[in-house]
Design a protein around this ligand. Structure first.
Ligand SMILES: Cc1cc2nc3c(=O)[nH]c(=O)nc-3n(C[C@H](O)[C@H](O)[C@H](O)COP(=O)(O)OP(=O)(O)OC[C@H]3O[C@@H](n4cnc5c(N)ncnc54)[C@H](O)[C@@H]3O)c2cc1C
Length: 301
């Protein structure tokens, strides 16, 4: 069934039964039937057209830093953006970057060009595409503050379009990509000129604060829950006495109660069950409904 993929991309970029645990920051997830890396928009459209023709499921994975992948893995094709999608070019105070570039690399490109505005992103372990999808943010910064336009592939008809910042409909951990099923190919951002040393110091300071507050020594997907309006998820979880609560290998971090961590050998089911327990307990205690920020990939049984 998958042999036709070799006509689209070279064989060394097609892997079979690839463990998703190697591609998610939780280090969790069973095998994907097929795992491919595409180098440009043409390959991406062809792989998607092939999957549609053959009625095969597919999923676009960024850096896997906000995903809980099923222990059973994924029946279909996992697509990753490589090659051209990792490039970034600076033009005055603008940066154009491919959606596969990591936020750390992107923030460094900005810093080296003495451009301020992306310092907040330097410690977020995702790709630009994942950050656009999620409107990722930290320490008062958010993707929506710097994005001017996003080039996308519309999976519905294979067309390539461009969305303005407004059309991206950014909100708290929300963008239009969550609704319209488009894949971000590249993005243009407008930053401001500043001093590279100051930018570097800010990035170092934010990353130091991350290390102090977050359990970066364990695999996780960052903040497990969205911030409920008027509350902080971590504080609600702490007040419910859930710090350190454990299911199998999954635990509510003692260091940052908003993080579920993989203490060792956690399954997706452990994490999912722990998330459900936290939601139920906080609801009973404070009548606040926590919503996972982490996205579930595949069926978690
Ligand atoms: C230690 C740690 C700290 C974190 N800190 C923060 C933080 O401070 N702030 C924050 O916002 N998040 C944080 N996160 C969560 C995560 O890094 C972000 O949500 C990030 O934006 C996800 O990017 P990704 O490339 O890993 O996406 P993935 O997790 O791979 O995918 C997430 C979603 O984005 C979609 N997607 C990926 N690429 C594209 C694309 N090109 N076009 C369309 N859709 C796409 C995927 O299909 C999926 O639905 C943290 C995670 C960890 C592990």
């Amino acid at each position: 069934m998958y042999s036709k993929l070799s006509e689209i991309i070279s064989d060394e970029r097609i892997k079979y039964n690839e463990p998703l645990s190697s591609h998610t920051s939780f280090n969790i997830g069973g095998p994907a039937d097929v795992f491919v890396s595409v180098e440009n928009a043409d390959e991406l459209s062809k792989v998607i057209a092939f999957a549609k023709e053959e009625n095969i499921n597919y999923f676009l994975l960024g850096n896997g830093s906000n995903v809980l992948a099923s222990d059973e893995g994924f029946r279909g094709i996992i697509i990753k953006l490589g090659g051209d999608f990792n490039e970034a070019t600076v033009d005055g105070e603008s940066i154009k970057a491919g959606a596969g570039i990591t936020l750390t690399k992107l923030a460094n490109v900005a810093m080296n060009a003495s451009l301020t505005g992306l310092e907040f992103a330097s410690g977020i372990p995702g790709t630009l595409g994942g950050a656009l999808f999620m409107n990722a943010g930290a320490y008062g910064g958010e993707m929506c503050q710097v994005v001017t336009s996003v080039k996308v592939l519309d999976k519905a008809d294979g067309s390539i379009k461009s969305f303005t910042n407004e059309e991206m409909d950014f909100g708290y951990r929300h963008s239009a990509l969550k609704e319209n099923g488009c894949i971000a190919l590249s993005c243009e951002m407008k930053l401001s000129t500043s001093d590279a040393t100051t930018i570097r110091e800010t990035m170092l300071d934010l990353n130091k604060r991350r290390k102090e507050k977050q359990p970066l020594e364990y695999p996780s997907a960052g903040s497990t829950f969205k911030r409920p309006e008027g509350y902080f998820a971590g504080k609600l979880i702490e007040d419910a006495g859930l710090g350190g609560y454990t299911v199998g290998g999954a635990q509510v971090s003692e260091k940052h109660k908003g993080f579920v961590i993989n203490k060792g050998g956690a399954t997706a089911k452990d994490v999912r069950d722990l998330i459900e327990h936290v939601i139920k307990t906080v609801k009973e205690k404070d009548n606040v409904t926590l919503e996972p920020e982490v996205l579930f990939l595949g069926e978690i049984k």
